[in-house]
Design a protein around this ligand. Structure first.
Ligand code: MRU
Length: 331
């Protein structure tokens, strides 16, 4: 795997600083749970499965710091970002182990390994969707950076590409933080998968022209009825794909499915700071007196999803409510 978003060793938790890509590849090392929480909040690490794994290691780090209890550390890490279900699954995997006297670091390692093998299984389950020459559109970054290794949306594309399928990927730039143009394009470049970055507003143009055969995205939280929270702009892509008869797939590990959430209406949508919209680097983009809103996610109704690519295969939205997280990882 050419990209690994994070790893842990005796020196601490190492994270690729995703804010700096593609200009520089810098790794930062964290040894305090407070700093791990800050790295998630400020998006040094991002993407639902990756923040779940980072938080799992944050819990393990807290267990060897003075003054921390499982519940206190879980509360701190759980307050960083509200939308991704994976964050809470990763925290709970270590909180329960720590609270019952098991080794928290072993629990965090196990959780990381489970996420990696689920994402690998997603790659093999989803690759047959792209068995022949395809032009595929994706939004945000659901690659290895977002999932530790492999990716969710990008995993089937990686496997299909390795099998020699002639793939071309349309990469939405993904305003305002540009996870598509900075991160997805970087990952595809590492693996020499042909692609083009487009502004978010161009996706409909290419879909209507017949230049897109399928759309595949990741997810931050999937409700029991199959509604999907993912990076803001996903909903529009799903509606335009539906209008043009293009299949729209959502790829996710079990940790993204929230059995306690009946529909997408209840999913908490993070609203981030104004400055992400007001400026880019040192360049101001809006008059300072204009109001700004910055929802980081939106919710796509289940009716627009052609299939969920899970570690156990591709399933329709009607089967999401029966998904159970296995106690052992597949693959
Ligand atoms: O705000 P981000 O960059 O953490 O948002 C990430 C996304 O929306 C991804 O599409 C999602 O987490 C799926 S990652 C496999």
């Amino acid at each position: 795997m050419p990209v690994r978003a994070l790893w842990y060793d005796r020196a601490g938790l190492h994270l690729i600083d995703q804010r700096r890509l593609p200009v520089s590849k810098i790794t930062r090392t964290y040894r305090r749970v407070e700093d791990v929480a800050e790295s998630i909040r400020t998006m040094v690490v991002r993407g639902a499965p990756s923040i779940g794994v980072a938080a799992a290691y944050g819990m393990a780090i807290a267990s060897s710091q003075k003054g921390w209890t499982p519940d206190r550390a879980a509360k701190l890490l759980g307050a960083t970002r509200p939308t991704a279900n994976d964050l809470f699954v990763g925290i709970e995997a270590v909180r329960s182990a720590w609270a019952s006297g098991e080794d928290p670091l072993e629990a965090a390692d196990r959780y990381r390994q489970q996420i990696v093998s689920e994402c690998q299984a997603i790659g093999f389950a989803g690759a047959p969707l792209f068995a022949k020459r395809s032009n595929v559109l994706t939004h945000c970054n659901a690659g290895a950076l977002a999932t530790v290794e492999w990716g969710t949306a990008l995993a089937p594309l990686r496997v299909a590409h390795d099998r020699g399928v002639d793939l071309f990927v349309w990469v939405d730039e993904t305003r305002p933080l540009l996870q598509g143009s900075r991160l997805t394009a970087w990952e595809l470049t590492q693996e020499r998968i042909p692609h083009a970055v487009i502004v978010d507003n161009a996706a409909g143009y290419f879909m209507r022209k017949g230049d897109v055969d399928a759309v595949i995205v990741g997810a931050d939280r999937i409700a029991r009825n199959g509604d999907v929270a993912n990076k803001v702009g996903t909903y529009e892509k799903a509606v335009v794909a539906h209008e043009n008869g293009i299949p729209f797939y959502v790829a996710a590990p079990f940790s993204t499915f929230d059995p306690k959430m009946p529909t997408g209406a209840g999913i908490p949508v993070e609203e981030r700071g104004e400055e992400e919209v007001r400026s880019m680097g040192s360049r101001r983009l809006t008059p300072s007196r204009s109001g700004v809103r910055n929802p980081a996610f939106d919710v796509t109704p289940a009716k627009y999803v052609s299939g969920f690519v899970t570690p156990l295969g591709v399933i329709p939205p009607s089967r999401v409510r029966s998904i159970r997280r296995p106690s052992r990882s597949p693959g």
